[in-house]
Design a protein around this ligand. Structure first.
Ligand SMILES: CC(C)(COP(=O)(O)OP(=O)(O)OC[C@H]1O[C@@H](n2cnc3c(N)ncnc32)[C@H](O)[C@@H]1OP(=O)(O)O)[C@@H](O)C(=O)NCCC(=O)NCCS
Length: 368
């Protein structure tokens, strides 16, 4: 234990891992609406039981003051990421911290960074890692964020900057209002893709499990040069998505097929907030944020050879028409890198406007 009763510990016991996994309830629990984490999923990951764990070396850290857990983070060496990009970057995932705990939090981020440095990493990133970590909010603090994201508190920025991190990337979330006028523009997008030899199918029409594999293959190809991404396997994606076969996801997610080959994919979800978000009784969500009226396109990719032929718009248009049929009034188009102009243009052409902004942090370690 150091000054002011602060201690930084590696988290190893089962009880400590469970306590670690529960910290978000202290950070976000008083909000009107938030997405609670999947505790079991996090425990499985940290215990090495999740399929993705085979590609990672991990060490969770806890900061305590006078014995109380006040901040947490997991340092990760993602071998697959570093091999794909020929980089030596470590990732700091699961970051959460209480207000007024800057000293303990900075000490913890330092310790976790050192752990990465000692394992040969040249830098640490926090706020984006495929399937593992999502970026930090820079607006809409306190509001219900898009599905999968946390609208992390504003004081997190001070903690990261005090710990010598700088902004590495910016990301945005778009929202499309599914008005009659917007919806009327979509059939022409599907027709345009058809004139280019591309048929759009839902995952249900294609066969859900075959569609899951097709999504994995298209995503690996389309995102091969996309910042922050690393290749994924069919074996790890199947258990993540198979449980959605009987949900609306099967009708909202789409594939583009040309010459018998899947050349593009969209993964989209209904408004999960009535099922998964914690909403304080009596609170009515802004309908553009949730409450049963906001579907979301989570991921879109078109393989290189088929870009520039309207495949993007055809797939998204079909998805958004299905959302409207299921009484959704808004569609999210979630997480676009600020410099990803093809994707930003796609969102705009579908009728989208920027509705939330996020950032990713990075700290380069000094060369000794
Ligand atoms: C994003 C993506 C799905 C777009 O699909 P696509 O079928 O290639 O889209 P298109 O090329 O027809 O349309 C993209 C638009 O961006 C424009 N564009 C492309 N590069 C651009 C640039 N550097 N600056 C500005 N606009 C650009 C295109 O001109 C086009 O606009 P237009 O229709 O007004 O001409 C595809 O590029 C892709 O799979 N990228 C990799 C994965 C990815 O980034 N997914 C989105 C993650 S948020």
């Amino acid at each position: 234990m150091g000054a002011n009763g602060i201690s930084i510990e590696a988290v190893t016991s089962r009880d400590a891992i469970t306590e670690f996994a529960m910290l978000p309830f202290e950070v976000y629990g008083e909000r009107d609406a938030w997405w609670p984490p999947d505790i079991q999923n996090e425990i499985d990951l940290l215990s090495g039981r999740a399929p993705i764990a085979a590609h990672l070396a991990m060490m969770p850290f806890a900061a305590r003051r006078a014995g109380r857990l006040v901040a947490r983070v997991t340092a990760v060496v993602n071998f697959r990421y570093n091999q794909h990009w020929n980089e030596r970057i470590g990732q700091l995932i699961h970051f959460e911290a209480l207000a007024g705990e800057g000293e303990a939090t900075v000490a913890m981020l330092d310790e976790a960074s050192q752990w990465l440095h000692q394992r040969g990493m040249a830098a640490a990133r926090s706020g984006f890692a495929a399937f593992l970590d999502y970026p930090y909010a820079i607006d809409n603090y306190g509001g219900l964020p898009p599905f999968l994201l946390r609208n992390s508190p504003e004081y997190y920025h001070t903690y990261f900057k005090e710990a010598a991190f700088v902004t590495e990337k910016g990301m945005t979330d778009f929202t499309i209002e599914l008005t009659p006028q917007t919806l009327a523009s979509y059939p022409a997008m599907i027709d345009h893709a058809a004139r280019n030899g591309v048929r759009i199918r839902t995952w249900r029409e294609h066969g859900f499990m075959d569609a899951v594999d097709a999504w994995t293959d298209v995503t690996n190809a389309a995102f091969a040069h996309h910042w922050g991404w690393n290749p994924i396997t069919r074996e790890e994606v199947r258990p993540m998505l198979s449980g959605l076969a009987r949900t609306e996801v099967a009708d909202l997610s789409t594939l583009a097929v040309a010459d018998g080959q899947v050349v593009g994919s969209v993964f989209a979800v209904p408004d999960f907030s009535p099922r998964l978000a914690r909403v304080r009784p009596g609170v009515r969500l802004d309908p553009s944020r949730g409450g049963g009226t906001r579907g979301a396109l989570i991921n879109i990719g078109v393989i290189q050879e088929w870009r520039g032929r309207g495949v993007n718009l055809g797939m998204a248009a079909r998805s958004f028409i299905a959302m409207a049929r299921q009484r959704m009034k808004y569609a999210g188009y979630t997480l676009v890198l600020d410099e990803n102009w093809p994707s930003r243009r796609t969102a705009q052409k579908l009728g989208g406007r920027i509705s939330s902004n996020f950032i990713v942090y990075r700290r380069d370690f000094a060369v000794a």
